[in-house]
Design a protein around this ligand. Structure first.
Ligand SMILES: [Zn+2]
Length: 327
């Protein structure tokens, strides 16, 4: 009870005082990071980790709040292309990571209504696919009713490296996923590729046609988020880095017939080598480092963002507190 009261008071202070402070001083760019936008009663909402999703209602409220507060909304590229002198004291950019179909279904129509542009960071190999990220796939395998490992599971079981008896509980499966993170994404995807996919998984990623429609008719800028969402940590070969960073850009440019100039680091990870390749091929890149970008001190290839999900932003006051980066 008291805890809730303190929390509400802090949120109120951040949402009023913090919000008025953030609008003073150096010119600032707040980049919001969204993943999925879904109605709460959609089965996809229920299947997703809470930190990955905002409801369609919450998202619309966020946009209404930006509109009411008269904050200009533009893409990172447009903001960077503006001469410093003409920039507003505070600007917001809206970004979506991964290329989820639900962004096209539930977020872009709202943005269009407000006349706000946004950027969708797409994983090119995943376009038009069922939820393709390895944790989703591993979860599906481990939690499936009546699942029994076959010989095809050999490579995956070697990576898991301990005895498991199926089906696992959610907690046990989460521990296996944590354990798997010691291995590279490449190894995990290779192990999963040996296991035949179930045919009935619904498509959850945006398709090429939808992406082109979003770009042409909904003011969406297409950005690159690699080919396979590999975390660009130390130890990835030069070939893999080229595929993830440079090929992904070429694929998107051919697909859209337009330059693709911004990049998003999967999971926010990058080695020095990966960073240099990104810098050589893109004019800007966003990270998962939290913060507000200020004129004069920002690095266009290490842009800070503020992650938003439903629990922490479901009232205008909480949303403004989040924008002010107080918590
Ligand atoms: Zn991502």
């Amino acid at each position: 009870m008291i805890k809730q009261l303190v929390k509400n008071t802090l949120s109120f202070a951040a949402g009023t005082l913090g919000w008025s402070m953030v609008r003073r001083g150096n010119k600032k760019l707040i980049i919001l990071m969204y993943h999925r936008v879904l109605p709460e009663n959609d089965p996809r909402y229920q299947r997703e980790e809470p930190g990955m999703v905002v409801s369609d209602k919450t998202f619309a409220m966020h946009m209404q709040t930006l509109h009411d507060e008269k904050v200009p909304v533009m893409t990172v590229s447009d903001w960077l292309a503006q001469p410093e002198i003409t920039r507003a004291p505070l600007t917001v950019a809206i970004t979506f990571d991964d290329g989820w179909l639900d962004n096209y279904e539930f977020a872009f129509p709202v943005l269009k209504q407000f006349g706000f542009r946004s950027t969708l960071y797409v994983v090119t190999d995943f376009l038009g696919k069922p939820a393709p990220f390895w944790p989703n796939k591993v979860l599906q395998l481990l939690l499936a009713e009546g699942a029994q490992p076959t010989d095809d599971w050999g490579p995956l079981l070697r990576l898991i490296d301990k005895r498991i008896s199926l089906p696992l509980s959610r907690d046990e499966a989460a521990r296996v996923i944590d354990h798997l993170k010691r291995h590279s994404d490449h190894e995990i995807y290779n192990a999963l590729a040996a296991i035949p996919a179930k045919q009935d998984s619904p498509v959850e990623m945006i398709s090429t046609e939808q992406l082109l429609d979003a770009k042409a008719a909904m003011g969406v800028e297409v950005g690159s988020h690699t080919r396979r969402h590999y975390r660009l940590k130390e130890g990835l070969s030069e070939t893999l880095l080229q595929e993830e960073i440079v090929e992904a850009q070429q694929i998107l440019q051919e697909m859209t017939g337009a330059p693709v100039t911004t990049f998003c680091f999967p999971n926010g990870d990058f080695s020095e080598q990966a960073f240099d390749i990104v810098k050589a091929h893109y004019s800007a890149a966003v990270t998962t480092m939290r913060g507000i970008n200020e004129d004069g001190s920002l690095n266009p290839h290490k842009l800070l963002r503020i992650g938003v999900h439903n629990d922490i932003s479901d009232t205008p006051m909480k949303f403004k507190a989040k924008l002010s980066n107080f918590f």
